[in-house]
Ligand binder design. Structure first.
Ligand SMILES: Cc1cc2nc3c(=O)[nH]c(=O)nc-3n(C[C@H](O)[C@H](O)[C@H](O)COP(=O)(O)O)c2cc1C
Length: 198
């Protein structure tokens, strides 16, 4: 678990894991074991969800296996530049319907919201375990859905790269220059007492 980056300054007290987690693109070659991976997925399992439906679905692969290659193949060219050194890739999807007591499939309006909680849980467990994660929306959703046989009523949201922190010098120059923890909007821009923040 790493400390809070020097350029990040929480405005109010928070556990350090929140500002300390960030999304680098430099990974070392070190692998992640299946047991370590299952521990990260277990954290996602305990995320909260509406009616405890747990709509998230996670497809994972470790570097060198067929699952990793399938997910990697769907990534945008820009993401493929760096994500191939990740130790694991996870495709994050969800079931977008729920089953009523009469057995009918109806839309579950919170499936994406709940799945966001699951990915965040995985990301924070990864951070606490000394790994880094990097979410990616830059992938071919149709291609990966087809390759993974994603069933009707389900969809993919993002791909997550997971690995050990690496040396930024291993990145091409443009990405190396971007290898800096990002900042955040002011709290007042996203949260307001009794009014919608605009
Ligand atoms: C759903 C999602 C999609 C993202 N897509 C990409 C992507 O395709 N490529 C990339 O390099 N970073 C991507 N990111 C990383 C974000 O840019 C990053 O999380 C954000 O700038 C906040 O920085 P931090 O995670 O380091 O705190 C994505 C993050 C999320 C959560």
């Amino acid at each position: 678990m790493s400390a809070i980056p020097a350029n990040r300054h929480p405005a109010y007290p928070v556990d350090e894991m929140f500002p300390a987690r960030w999304s680098p693109r430099a990974f070392s070659d070190a692998p992640i074991s299946e047991a370590q991976m299952l521990s990260l997925l277990e954290a996602a399992r305990w995320a909260p969800s509406a009616s405890n439906i747990q709509p998230w679905r996670l497809v994972w692969g470790l570097r060198g296996d067929a699952g990793f290659a399938t997910i990697f193949d769907s990534l945008s060219a820009g993401n493929q530049v760096w994500a191939g050194k990740a130790a694991a890739l996870v495709a994050v999807g969800s079931k977008s319907t729920r089953t009523t007591s009469s057995g009918e499939e109806v839309p579950n309006p919170t499936h994406a919201f709940d799945t966001g909680a699951a990915w965040a849980s995985l990301a924070f467990q990864a951070h606490l375990s000394g790994f880094v994660t990097h979410g990616m929306g830059g992938f071919d959703k149709d291609k990966l859905s087809g390759a993974l046989n994603v069933p009707q009523g389900h969809g993919l949201h993002a791909v997550i790269a997971i690995g050990h922190p690496g040396d930024p010098a291993s990145l091409p120059e443009d990405l190396r220059n971007r290898e800096v923890p990002s900042q955040r909007k002011a709290l007042s821009a996203i949260a307001a007492r009794g009014a919608f923040p605009v």
